[in-house]
Design a protein around this ligand. Structure first.
Ligand code: C2E
Ligand code: CA
Ligand code: CA
Length: 747
């Protein structure tokens, strides 16, 4: 349409000139009125089509429909018909010479039309076709076959030419559009390039030496453009590796691509410039000369160090533990997933070792978290030192670590590994001039045998670990299916225990403690009993730890204390009441009030109450120890229970004003069997207790031999089945009513 408009004026002028020429040439020969009428009609039709091309409403539009375009071209029809009519008319009225003269003018018009309106051949074809046909007919009517053939031939030729030039026009136009688009994109890219400032162009020759170094590229390399021109690209970016030949993999890949003359885009390569490690993103394609020869590479590059570093930092944070630098839970589970997939594939086995530190909480509580953190770092260092290529160790969180053993088919090896871990982690630690003693427990599950999914395997290892902890720590346990059942039982039992107090399923038994010389009952130890509706009688060895874990020990312990005090007032005045207290209770802030109110409600004199605590309170640290001294200030007595089974530090004996040290049953048994260590320990305890003004109670005396032995070793009080089993309150009270003296017949 645009091309039609562009040529509209010249077409109009040519057509009018042709009309004018006809008028001048024929105004004598032809009827002037007819000629004038014809000329006016033609001029009108021409101006009409001219106006419609120039004034149409499509001018402002970008597109024109095909029908619109066709209609526009049909405007050529009236003038074509007028010319044709004139030719036919002439053939009837004028001589052949006149007709030929007329045709010559028409021919001028046809040629101009066929060449000028290249974009829209239809208009030319209508004009050329109609008029040529009319001319041919006119010549035939005149009887000039030669001229007829000539006009027909010219008509065909011109039609063909019109089509041809239209085709050329269109393809040239399309090429132009394409070119425009291209140059627009290029300039856009270039503009962006200039603006961002971070990118540069680079170029190398066939020998991979940089050429025509741009200032930006030189700046990126931290050098002068003139210094580096002609230097090998790899030498410029590889730093020391250029000498050693020890290239990072990405640089290898780059060299490979350059070697193979392959284009590449956004390739991330590590770059060493001076002592700085940078990351570049390079894109390039081979340069091919006009003759098709390879000329090197040309491309762009940008420095993506900051993005890359933050990317690395983020992915590192996501996969590693910040404190210890070990793989974190995420990475461990991934590694375990892989190990399990491998095991499935090769029908082998992998292992998951779960590690928990023993007594870590005590360090954290007593010495503070920063110290705990430093200890954990040391633990992780030792752990890492034990690992081989077959293992991956990491931190699950808190004081929990884990090891994934990729090939765990050799269970002896895994057992050894677990022992090595326990050994290594249990050696003393030096942290800020403190010597710290912690231990480690390990639970191991074998995949896929002990769990088909990562979660199941981890849970199995966790159960095994729990068993190790439960057994007192420092141990390694293999998972076995019964652990699952145990765990389930524990869960149900915990639920039952929650309701035990309100259901009245708890009661106390009292075991007498007698004087080692005259066997009089000096006191009782209150021992808790639970007769569960579901499980029957449950041993305190089982449900007390459960109550501690489930945070039920507070209310349960309070009930025990109140009940024991209430019962104690009914015993003779010189009889003491010993109540077991777990460490968890001592760290409860309101425990002192609990003791006070138990005493005041029952009316038991303070001196008759004795609280039994174990050595673990000293490991638990400050808070519990402070509570002890406050209890002592009330006037309540304290005894140290199970001495010898825990940390057995004689130093602990000095730490608090204990009234009594209770020597554990294992030493009593050992001493009776003449085990030298047992005898030595009882001797030492007795000696120290004597010098500090404390009494010693031998626990668990069952036989006469044991009795004689502990008497000889100097224990002041004795407790055990030999003198009496734990009994119900009524039986305990009866001990005094029968003989009235409370004396138990040792024989
Ligand atoms: P414990 O404080 O060392 O209590 C002594 C345990 O030794 C009792 O076991 C008692 O029945 C047993 N025993 C006494 N004489 C003999 C003997 O001659 N031979 C043998 N083989 N055993 C003897 P029990 O009642 O099963 O209590 C176990 C542990 O449960 C207690 O050890 C104590 O640590 C804890 N416990 C019991 N009642 C309570 C309580 O009310 N509160 C707290 N926190 N712990 C309690
Ligand atoms: Ca006890
Ligand atoms: Ca005991």
């Amino acid at each position: 349409m645009r091309s039609m408009r562009a040529s509209a004026f010249i077409r109009l002028v040519t057509a009018l000139l042709a009309v004018l020429a006809i008028d001048l040439l024929f105004f004598r020969t032809l009827n002037p009125l007819l000629l004038a009428g014809w000329s006016i009609l033609l001029a009108l039709s021409l101006s009409y089509s001219h106006r419609s091309v120039l004034r149409g409403d499509f001018i402002e539009r970008k597109t024109v429909s095909v029908t619109e375009l066709r209609r526009m071209q049909l405007h050529a029809l009236p003038s074509a018909l007028l010319w044709s009519a004139a030719l036919i008319y002439l053939s009837q009225t004028a001589a052949l010479d006149d007709l030929i003269l007329f045709y010559s003018v028409v021919l001028l018009l046809l040629v101009s039309c066929a060449t000028l309106v290249a974009a829209v051949p239809l208009a030319s074809i209508i004009l050329v076709g109609t008029i040529s046909i009319a001319a041919t007919i006119a010549f035939i009517l005149q009887g000039s076959v030669a001229m007829a053939a000539c006009s027909a031939g010219i008509g065909l030729l011109l039609t063909f030419a019109a089509l041809q030039s239209a085709r050329h026009y269109v393809s040239a136009h399309l090429a132009q559009i394409h070119l425009n688009e291209k140059s627009e994109t290029v300039s856009l890219l270039l503009r962006e390039f200039e603006d961002s400032g971070a990118d540069w162009l680079w170029q190398i020759d066939t020998a991979r030496r940089v050429t025509r170094v741009s200032p930006r590229f030189a700046f990126a390399l931290g050098k002068d453009a003139s210094d580096i021109d002609g230097m090998p690209l790899l030498q410029l970016v590889s730093g020391d590796a250029w000498q050693s030949g020890n290239f990072p993999p990405a640089l290898h890949e780059l060299a490979e691509k350059l070697n193979r003359r392959e284009a590449f885009s956004n390739m991330l390569v590590p770059v060493r410039i001076g002592d700085r490690q940078l990351w570049w993103e390079l894109s390039a394609s081979p340069r091919i000369g006009e003759d098709g020869s390879f000329m090197g590479f040309r491309g762009v590059g940008s420095d993506v160090t900051t993005e890359q570093e933050s990317q690395e930092k983020i992915s590192h944070l996501a996969r590693f533990d910040t404190l210890t630098g070990l793989p974190n839970r995420l990475q461990l589970t991934e590694a375990l997933g892989q190990a399990m997939a491998e095991s499935d594939k090769w029908r082998s086995r992998c292992c998951f070792l779960m590690i928990d530190l023993d007594r870590f909480k005590a360090v954290n509580d007593t010495l503070g978290h920063p110290m705990g953190d430093r200890l954990l770092s040391q633990v992780s260092k030792r752990l890492r030192g034990i690992m081989s290529d077959n293992e991956l160790c990491g931190r699950l969180g808190g004081d929990e670590f884990a090891v994934v053993v990729k090939d765990g088919s050799d269970s002896a090896y895994v057992a050894q590994l677990a022992d090595r871990i326990i050994d290594a982690l249990s050696r003393p630690y030096e942290v800020d001039q403190h010597t710290l003693f912690i231990g480690a427990s390990v639970g191991t599950a074998i995949g896929p045998r002990d769990g088909h999914t990562v979660e199941m395997l981890m849970r199995s290892a966790d159960l095994a670990l729990y068993r190790s902890k439960d057994a007192g720590g420092g141990a390694h346990t293999w998972y076995k299916p019964s652990l699952h059942a145990d765990a389930e039982e524990r869960r149900v039992m915990e639920m039952e225990l929650r309701k035990a107090l309100e259901r009245g399923e708890l009661h106390l038994q009292y075991q007498p403690v007698v004087d080692a010389v005259d066997y009089t009952v000096t006191g009782f130890e209150a021992l808790l009993r639970w007769t569960s509706a579901k499980f029957g009688p449950v041993s305190p060895g089982k449900f007390i730890p459960l109550a501690e874990d489930a945070r039920l020990i507070g209310p349960i312990g309070e009930w025990v204390l109140q009940q024991a005090c209430r019962d104690a007032v009914q015993f003779p005045d010189m009889v003491k009441m010993a109540v077991n207290v777990s460490v968890d209770q001592l760290t409860m802030p309101n425990y002192l009030d609990t003791v006070r109110s138990a005493l005041s409600i029952s009316g038991l004199p303070t001196r008759r109450l004795e609280l039994e605590v174990t050595e673990s309170i000293f490991v638990r640290g400050g808070m519990a120890e402070k509570m002890l001294s406050e209890i002592l200030d009330l006037g309540v007595k304290l005894s140290l229970d199970d001495f010898g089974t825990g940390y057995s530090s004689l130093g602990y004996l000095r730490k608090s004003r204990f009234d009594t040290i209770k020597v554990d049953r294992s030493f009593v048994q050992g001493a009776a069997k003449d085990v030298p260590e047992s005898i030595a320990i009882i001797r030492a305890v007795v000696a120290l207790a004597d010098s500090l003004g404390m009494a010693t109670t031998a626990e668990g005396v069952e036989t006469e031999d044991e009795l004689r032995m502990v008497q000889r070793l100097g224990c002041k009080k004795i407790q055990g089945f030999y003198f009496g089993r734990p009994m119900d309150f009524a039986d305990a009270k009866a001990l005094f009513s029968s003989g009235g003296s409370g004396l138990i017949d040792a024989a």
